[in-house]
Design a protein around this ligand. Sequence first.
Ligand SMILES: Cc1cc2nc3c(=O)[nH]c(=O)nc-3n(C[C@H](O)[C@H](O)[C@H](O)COP(=O)(O)OP(=O)(O)OC[C@H]3O[C@@H](n4cnc5c(N)ncnc54)[C@H](O)[C@@H]3O)c2cc1C
Length: 487
Amino acid sequence: VKARAYVHIQALSCIVGSKYCLDGRDEQRAYTVDYRGIFKGRAMAVVRPGTVHEVSAVMAYCSKQGIAVVPQGGNTSLLGGAVPDESGESVVVVLSRLNQVRSIDPENGSATVEAGMTLHAVRELATSVGMLFPLRIGSEGSCQIGGNISTNAGGTAVLRYGNMRDLVLGIEAVLPDGRIWNGLRKLRKDNTGYDLKQLFIGSEGTLGIVTAAVLKLFPMPKSAATAFVALPSADAALKLLGVMRQRLGHSVTTFELMSDEALDLVSSHLNGERLPVDHRGRWCVLAEASSGDSQSELDSALEEALSHGMEQGWVLDASVASNTAQALQFWRLREEISDAQTRTGGSIRCDISVPLSDIPRFIALASDAVRRIAPDSRMVVYGHMGDGNVHFNPLRPSSAGSAEYLGQYETSVTQAVDDIATGLEGSISAEHGVGVAKRDEIFARKSEVECWMAQRVKQALDPYNLLNPGKVLPFTPQQPLASVAAI
Ligand SMILES: Cc1cc2nc3c(=O)[nH]c(=O)nc-3n(C[C@H](O)[C@H](O)[C@H](O)COP(=O)(O)OP(=O)(O)OC[C@H]3O[C@@H](n4cnc5c(N)ncnc54)[C@H](O)[C@@H]3O)c2cc1C
């Protein structure tokens, strides 16, 4: 086995250069453990190709040799999709060196970039030509466009601009046999048959390796108004969203709900930082509107909506940011929630979506269910309410250890929360994808015909199950290759 691995590592080094072919355990560590340190694996090699042709050559070699390949972007996904399994037989292909801008076309509202560019770099690129790339997520400094595409990332501006599926015009991908598909079209209309790029969006590296993409850019809004609002209930938040949409139309860009316990956690992690409004015993919302209107027009439309909410008793208190620094301070409170949970440990993460109108009902039912199973849990609930997406993440009480709490309750709480979401015709993975963690549960909840279609797509493009095996779809043993060269 060692001799075979040695031969493969030499061959891969010849393709990418020995400096970019890592085979020692220590140098591989950053690529074989996920962001939160929960999913751990081993790899025969970690390779870091620098061009699409190198990705193609690596994939063609692995395909001929029957070696499984795990594509990896910034390794920030939460369900174990980007790390290899324990076998130590697969090759991790890291895209970070493919980070060039191929072209930018402000008149067409598009940029063609390589998959390894970080989201932050792409947002900066758009800003440099006075435009906006609107995907906004807490991991933007590390996650990459290829990873965003492969997970169909969502974030805090989906309400206005859609998720990654809506933001991609074209894709270049390397297929499991090593061929390169150039689908880098810059078109907004193209009804020439199947929309093949969509196969690579949200399929978590199981059908091809995304090497470049054409992304949509938008005019940079002239004005933005941001408010931090306290409300008596999640139902009141739903009503406020309705009023904001009536009065501000498509300008409503962000509507993020946060429970008091989510904000307690953030506040304690920020050394007791004072919040813009009193959050105790209340729900809070971070709402942002942005538009081509003047700042004063936008401010007064937001203030009118909030005043109406106050008259109706839906809004208890609100603070409107008076400058960019204050708006960023509001944003920081929302964006810190995820990391504050990671640092605390003992968080059961449920990323669900239900029809928007059912969010208050979902929260009430799920909170009751969790209190029955794990009575002292802290209800860390937050998320992109405008998209019907809630991160419902019960957290261990401070008296309980992380392992003890998760060991005792993780399975039963997840099952109960997911059952409630399913009962409301929702999804049990709204934006975090499937990876390995959600694979079996999601598959068990889908209809036979849906599972059959998904498996047929996989078999058609990756008949030997070489690309990210065991992710998204239940593990099927690799079929033997007729032409595997005996080494
Ligand atoms: C603090 C924090 C906040 C977050 N907030 C959000 C949020 O608001 N919304 C959201 O949707 N997600 C969020 N995430 C999750 C995560 O950042 C996203 O899923 C992101 O899109 C993953 O990108 P990545 O480059 O890190 O991908 P990775 O983690 O490296 O990979 C994810 C999956 O895509 C595959 N893959 C990666 N690159 C490629 C490629 N080039 N070609 C083919 N397959 C590939 C991998 O095999 C894996 O299956 C958050 C994560 C953190 C840590």
